[in-house]
Each structure stands twice: as C-alpha cells, then as structure tokens.
Design a protein around this ligand. Structure first.
Ligand code: PLP
Length: 453
C-alpha cells in the first residue's frame, strides 16, 4: 500500500498513526527558581546556596528557627506578603488574601459575602464539589443551576434558580474555559446578589479583557499542585471591596490580626465573628510567588496550542464543539466536543486514542464523579456537618420557606453533556507540528464517522 494510503487509513485498521510522538519537551513545573526562593527564606549561607545550586544539598535549619510562618520572617517582606502583592499586581485588584486551599478561599468568601443560616447560593451543576460544600460550611444551602454548551452556568437557568433566600451566585470557570460573566453579572445586579467566582480551574483566564476572579465581588483560586500554578496546597481570594476583604480575613484568621487595633470593639456590624485559621504556609508562599510570576507565559502557551488546533479543525454535522464564551480569554488546556450520541462518541474515543490522541468520554453508567452535582453525595443527601443536618433543616431556613430537594433530572443539560463530552487534555509545550498532527488526527477520525457540515 502507498504511504499516502497508509496515512489516510485509520490506525485502528492498520494505517499509519497520525500522531507518532510528541516533540514538545516540557520543563519541570517547579525548578531552580522556586528552590532558590525556599532557600532564601530559610536563610541559608552563601556556601549552602552554592551547594544547593549544584545539587540538592542537606542542611538543618539553625537551632531556634526560622519558622515557616510569615510572622517570623527575617525578610522585609515575607513570602506570603510578596505572593499577595504579586497577586494584586497581576490581577489588578485592591486586596488579595493568601489562604491554605481553594476550599478555604471559597468558605471565607461565602462568609464574607453574607452566606449563613437561612440563605441560598446558586452553584453550577458542573464544576467541583468544593464550591457547594463551602456554601454548606458557611451554613447556606446550595441550589444547582444547569449549564449551557460552554459547560458554564446558563444565565437563563440562573435567573430561574433565584429565590427570596438567594444571597450569592457562584459561577465556576470550568477546565480552562470562562463563564459568560456579562450575562451572569447582569442577573446578579438585577437581584442585588453577590458574585463569588470559582477560578480554581481557570486561573489566568479572562472574559472580555478582565481576569476571571476580578469581575464578580470576590474571586477564589486554588493554588494546589494539581492546578495551573501551585506547589502543594494553597488558595487565594481577590476583591476590590475593603469590607469583603476584612470579612474574608476574619474568617481565615480568626484572631483579627489584620485589624489596626486587634482588641478594639467592632467598627461596624459584621466586622467581627468567630473565624478559623486558613493561613497559607510561608513554605507554600515561597513557591507560589514564583509560580504566579510564570502565569502569563503559561496561559499564553496553552492558549496558542488550543488556537492552533481549533483553527485547523473541520466542521461535522454530528459534532457540537464546546462553546467558548470568550475565545480570546479562555486558557484552553482542554479541547472538548459533544458527539450526537454516546455510541458515536465511544467509536470516536477509541479511534482517536488509536491515532495517538489521548482522550476520554464518560458515557452512561460511569463511576460517580465529584465534578457533577448529581454525584456530590454528602450534599444531595443533605448531610450538613458532623452530627447535624443544618443548614438543610435549620429553623431559619425552613421559616424562610426553604425546602431543599436534589433529584435526578434537575439539571438535564449538564447530565447529558457531561456524559457525551469527549475531552482532550492539551499540553502547553506542544509545538506547531504537534498541533497540526493532533488536528489532522481529529479531522481524520471525524471524517470517517461523521458527515462534513
Ligand atoms: C472548581 C474547583 N473549586 C475548588 C477546588 C478546591 O480547591 P482545593 O483543592 O485547593 O481546596 C477545586 C479543586 O479541584 C476546583 O476544581
């Protein structure tokens, strides 16, 4: 058989693989710069720093310190304060608070926004368990809202989910994409609701030229090892409101250390309440401040990879692509499309994997997954906290007319799209040729199983 024929034939049927290997070679996520940042924080000697540069050296911390908490920093600016400063500068906001995780960020932000007994927050059907869980930790009740073809909150469904008990809306920017923030903000302002953006999966994404996390009242980020940037476990809250900033601080650092006078009586109603300790560790901040500096370049690379692939794709009748609410602003580390049926999707998934394009499709009857509301068991079973069902059976909530119910079919679009989506993870280090090959493979497979549009 000729080489051209072999190239055209599906790899499944003995043809040549469209993607025989990936050329793009990545650099380690955490490298020398982060390590040197840690070493600087520990106050190692010049000689030790030299040895660390050569190889990972071992050195005990001097007796009696330093401690890995920003209060004990010998530096003029602790790494936590540096991380918060770089966050303010990067995202262009007045206040940034470093916290211990994305979940902590959400909990603090919901409390700051006034979520408490007797209130509801509209959460998306697709996102992650932590968003709705944090609402419950703040003693509010999550109400799930269906998504549209972008997999973000459907603004029409959002409006229908609002009740007299709603105090906030919590859009999640899913897997590198961005929600339709202009429509969401319009609904929020009309109903005088606070918007808490969950940006854990889309740190660095933008909607119409503004970073996600700076459009609503509060922006929450996870800076964990599994996210776009992060070294271990961390989180971040952004806001432009002094009051929301102070209330966020009150929850995340219960002792009121942020106040000009720690033991002074409250300066306004709602300034002081019992909080907890969600402080980020100085060790984490030392890594994260470097990682945050890399964010624009990371986002740029991901964005270019997706744009290159998308530009080379052909349209097919049986395929609907995930809608991009802002193609310029989305990060693009995932390529997603919805075949007409899961049966067709399964064929495409198998063929693409055989071509060398790793992808996945959930299909019906798959294992539970915490990215979809129907499987967020502690929530849908209305388990509030240890030994209590509050807030679901909280008298204040019931008196306010709340009667929470979570049942199959509540969010039909999300349930359908979640099962039918083919997801292809993209890598920021793909070269132009890698992108061409991946697009070629997708066109090749869809060309066999679908009809050109
Ligand atoms: C959308 C979303 N929100 C919140 C979180 C929670 O972040 P963390 O694991 O840092 O608590 C995650 C983590 O996966 C997430 O994807």
């Amino acid at each position: 058989m000729s080489k051209t024929k072999l190239q055209q034939q599906l790899a499944l049927q003995g043809g040549m693989k469209a993607v025989s290997g990936i050329e793009g070679k990545g650099k380690p996520k955490i490298g020398m710069a982060e390590f040197m940042s840690l070493s600087e924080r520990f106050g190692f000697s010049k000689e030790a720093l030299r040895r660390i540069r050569e190889a990972v050296s071992e050195q005990d911390l001097p007796e009696g310190g330093p401690f890995l908490a920003h209060f004990y920093s010998g530096l003029t600016e602790s790494k936590i304060r540096a991380f918060e400063r770089v966050a303010r500068e990067t995202f262009g906001v007045k206040y940034a608070v470093a916290v211990s995780s994305g979940t902590a960020a959400l909990h603090a932000a919901f409390v700051a926004a006034g979520v408490g007994p007797g209130t509801e927050v509209v959460c998306p059907a697709i996102g992650f368990y932590a968003t709705a869980a944090a609402v419950v930790m703040a003693r509010g009740v999550p109400v799930f809202c269906d998504v549209d073809l972008s997999l973000g909150m459907d603004p029409a469904a959002l409006e229908k989910a609002i009740t007299p008990r709603t105090v906030a809306i919590a859009p999640t920017h899913v897997m590198g994409s961005v929600c339709d923030m202009s429509a969401i903000m319009k609904v929020a302002r009309k109903h005088k609701l606070k918007v808490v953006e969950d940006c854990a999966q889309s740190t660095g994404g933008q909607f119409r030229g503004k970073y996600v996390g700076t459009i609503g009242d509060l922006g929450c980020f996870s800076i964990s090892a599994y996210k776009i940037i992060g070294g271990g476990e961390g989180g971040l809250v952004l806001t432009n409101s002094k009051r929301l900033y102070e209330r966020t601080c009150c929850l995340m650092e219960g002792g009121g250390l942020w106040r000009p006078s720690r033991f002074a009586p409250p300066r306004y109603r709602g300034e002081l309440f019992v909080g907890t300790n969600y402080r980020m560790s100085e060790l984490e901040a030392a890594v994260d401040v470097v990682q945050l500096g890399k964010l624009p370049a990371i986002v740029k690379r991901f964005h270019q990879v997706k744009q290159r692939i998308v530009a080379a794709l052909q349209p097919f009748r049986e395929i609907t692509w995930q809608k991009a609410n802002d193609p310029e602003g989305e990060i693009g580390y995932m390529l997603r499309f919805f075949p007409e049926t899961t049966a067709l999707g399964r064929k495409i998934e198998t063929a693409l994997n055989a071509e060398g394009v790793a992808c996945g499709l959930r299909g019906e009857g798959a294992a539970p997954d915490w990215h979809m509301s129907a499987y967020m068991f502690p929530l849908i079973l209305q388990a509030g906290g240890p030994e209590t069902s509050c807030p679901f059976d909280c008298p204040r909530y019931l008196e306010a007319g709340g009667a929470p119910q979570y049942k199959p079919g509540d969010v039909p679009v999300a349930e359908d799209l979640f099962n039918r989506a083919i997801s292809i993870n993209l890598n920021q280090w793909y070269t132009a040729r890698d992108c061409r090959n991946i697009a070629k493979a997708i066109n090749k497979v869809l060309g066999v199983y679908c009809t050109p549009a």
